[in-house]
Design a protein around this ligand. Structure first.
Ligand code: AMP
Length: 114
């Protein structure tokens, strides 16, 4: 846990937030400032700034959690698709320095850049 990290504080229960899904490695919350009618964040419980800090075993666990994130999306009715986004670093405009995977959907999204 990192002291000044908002997602670590949520993971520790110091900042209240409804946990919508969790497994051993990640938890999922709704984004506080939604950019689409459905906007969730999947956040590893351990503090990792970005993918470069993951060990191969952690990367495998993250991959398995991603499959469960897909199931979570479908259970929430996002059967017509969704978008996953990971902002990384300054150029990626990452504002919280604890890796998180945005899940956006619930409506047709704006045209994508890539
Ligand atoms: P990023 O710009 O990719 O680092 O995204 C950080 C995201 O965290 C933004 O979409 C914020 O709205 C979201 N966020 C920040 N604080 C909270 C919070 N307390 N609960 C839920 N989402 C948050």
């Amino acid at each position: 846990m990192k002291n000044d990290c908002i997602f670590c504080a949520i993971a520790a229960g110091e900042i209240p937030s409804e946990i919508l899904y969790q497994d051993d490695f990640v938890f999922v919350i709704a984004d506080i400032a939604p950019q689409a009618s459905a906007h969730y964040l999947m956040i590893p419980k351990v503090h990792k700034a970005d993918l470069s800090q993951f060990t191969p075993q952690e990367a495998r666990m993250l991959g398995e959690s991603l499959l469960r994130y897909d199931a979570f999306a479908r259970e929430r009715g996002l059967t017509q698709g969704y978008r996953l986004v990971v902002n990384c670093g300054e150029h990626g405009r990452q504002s919280v320095g604890h890796l998180h995977v945005h899940l956006l959907g619930g409506e047709p999204l704006n045209e994508k850049m890539c």
